[in-house]
Design a protein around this ligand. Structure first.
Ligand code: PLP
Length: 385
């Protein structure tokens, strides 16, 4: 909004498709909301109880600037035991994923530095980069290439100002998971041009087609990689606003200093919840993972049975990005008609970058019964006959 009290750089509209989802979902009483990546399952009650107990035991204060030392220890053990990566304590910082991206970008970018993001992208990335005075540069990924990063096209985008590349696998919105070869090739480009890799790995639990691979597991990546992870999706803890960053110690040091000025420390109670979650992940996560996996595979099957829409085999996350090009309509039009006629709220692919045109994203954050109802209704629409 343009107002003399508001800094000029915010006169531009920072509205995203996500922002209007809540209002749209209220339009119809029987609306099935498949638009937002907020898991419907609430946080496991054992985690909630542990956090409450810890709050009563006195964990209600500021914590260490890099996070509760016990949580940092558990994060370290997770990387060592589950991913075979030996991370030093000085390379860990507790944060929250959205905030972590902002801090990482602030730490890395000088004004005007370019950051490559692959599209379709998480809708916040371009503006997150701009807020840190950077310039987003978009690399399209294509369904024909399984939405993998094509390194020839990546290399063609690099200029003197390129400072970093943001990658996200398992990916929101496409659900694609980068192969080890893709990860190695991205690293090779980053090494050739001395770029920082910011790897958003917040869907690490939901890698279905192959075991999850962190950029930290790619040999030679550690010294230029900032990993961002979160408890939001992997433990259905979106409201706790907690996650972590792994990066070389000099970067963590810079990030910590910025973080201190912005937020001082992170919520102590959420950190205790995260500690319990990590320490009990083998009891808590398998059922959640299976639930989302079965929904995604069910929805993909239904999509592929409806004329004029199709989707690749699910690879990861709880999103599906399906192709509606055969309808001959824009993704905004299809999404709007699905809402008006079937009372199902989806997001148009164009919200995730220009190359998302021709696609619709759904989040499988309702159970199979509701998904069945949603696809029954969509299947009755004229445009899908
Ligand atoms: N990165 C991606 C790819 C996401 O999809 C999201 C949330 O949907 C975030 C980051 C933000 O995560 P958090 O809610 O943990 O800050």
């Amino acid at each position: 909004m343009k107002h003399k009290y508001i800094a000029k750089r915010f006169w531009k509209d920072y509205h995203t498709a996500m922002s209007s989802s809540y209002e749209l979902a209220r339009k119809f009483d029987d609306c099935i909301n498949l638009s937002l990546g907020d898991p419907d399952l609430i946080t496991d009650s054992r985690i909630i109880k542990a956090a409450m107990d810890d709050a009563l035991a006195g964990h209600t204060k500021y914590t260490d600037f890099r996070g509760d030392p016990e949580l940092r220890r558990a994060i370290r053990e997770y990387y060592r035991d589950d991913l075979g990566v030996d991370v030093a304590d000085e390379e860990i910082m507790v944060s929250c994923a959205c905030m972590a991206m902002n801090l990482a970008l602030q730490a890395v970018l000088d004004p005007g530095d370019e950051v490559i993001i692959h599209a379709p992208y998480y809708t916040q990335y371009p503006q997150q980069i701009e807020l840190a005075y950077g310039v987003p540069v978009v690399l399209d990924t294509l369904e024909e290439e399984d939405f993998q990063v094509n390194v020839e096209r990546l290399e063609a985008l690099i200029t003197e100002r390129t400072k970093a590349i943001v990658i996200n696998s398992p990916n929101n919105p496409t659900g694609s998971c980068f192969t080890p070869e893709t990860m190695q090739r991205i690293l090779a480009v980053a090494q050739k041009y001395d770029l920082v890799i910011i790897s958003d790995e917040i869907y690490s639990l939901y890698s279905f087609s192959s075991p999850f691979m962190s950029m930290l597991q790619v040999e030679g990546a550690r010294k230029r990689t900032i990993v961002i992870n979160s408890f939001s999706k992997d433990y259905t803890m979106t409201g706790w606003r907690i996650g972590h960053i792994i990066a070389p110690d000099f970067l963590i040091n810079a990030i910590r200093q910025i973080s201190e000025k912005v937020i001082f420390t992170y919520p102590s109670i959420s950190q205790r919840a995260a500690l319990y979650a990590l320490e009990h992940r083998h009891e808590i996560q398998p059922a959640m993972r299976e639930e989302y996996k079965s929904r995604v595979f069910y929805a993909a099957r239904r999509i592929n049975q409806i004329p004029h829409m199709s989707v690749l085999d699910p690879k990861g996350t709880f999103y599906l990005f399906f192709n509606i090009k055969e309808t001959g309509l824009s993704s905004a039009e299809v999404s709007s008609r699905i809402l008006q006629e079937a009372h199902v709220l989806t997001l148009p692919g164009s919200a995730f970058g220009d190359c998302g045109e021709g696609y619709i994203r759904i989040a499988c954050t309702v159970g199979v019964d509701k998904l069945a109802e949603a696809f029954d209704r969509i299947g009755r629409m004229d445009i899908f006959r």
